[in-house]
Design a protein around this ligand. Sequence first.
Ligand code: DC
Length: 248
Amino acid sequence: MSPAVPSTQDHAVPDSKIIIAIDGPAGAGKSTVARHLARHFGLLNLETGAMYRAFALKALRAGVSLDESFALEALAAKTTIHLVPAAGENRVFLDGQDVTGELRNPAVTDAASRVSVFPPVRAWMVRLQQQMASSGGVVMEGRDIGTVVFPHADVKIFLDAAPEVRGLRRFEQLGAQSASGSAQQPEEVIRDLRERDLRDRNRVDSPLKPAPDAVPLDSTKMTLEEVLRAAEAIVERRLAPRPESRPA
Ligand code: DC
């Protein structure tokens, strides 16, 4: 993995080795919140979904079945994935090639959700993610960060929103990313998102669920600004020094 380079820092945190875990379903705003918190507190932002997407792209390119655990495990053994910090989103390198621009198309999105159900793929990814964040100072976002990758993370946020709201946000995001607009209708984006939600929440290995000690944040009725302020407040509250307990 590439060396960790923090993004531009606005505010210092008391301990630069902290780990902030942000989990939640697709379209809840995890990437935006994670990017903001990383910049605000001077931490490295690591998007684990982009890693699953890069591996899914490799499987698609190699013509490996998305339903065969052994074949995917063998493919993983021959794969390198690097996240390289950049202004805005990280660049994602698959076997040394920058594939960032290819990770958001619907075929890769669907394939990422499918390959991520297999325990050998997950075990490999979790190891990579733990190595990437081994020296701390990161905001890591995904589905299983607070439950599996970093169960002892200093701060855990579970970000959620109603499926229709998440679907529309994703639709707008896809449209903004391509000059010709999204190739999918809003209903299709919402339908695909519900399908992925079901798969992510119901898989046997590391299903999407809040860690018991995660702070829930439902952004359905909040503006972006409100969500960012709320996320900052959660981090600040968690990191605030606790009043010393006095002897009785
Ligand atoms: O966050 P995203 O939409 O880019 O993630 C793509 C897929 O990767 C998602 O459908 C489930 C999977 N994923 C996962 O299983 N665990 C993670 N920590 C991150 C993503």
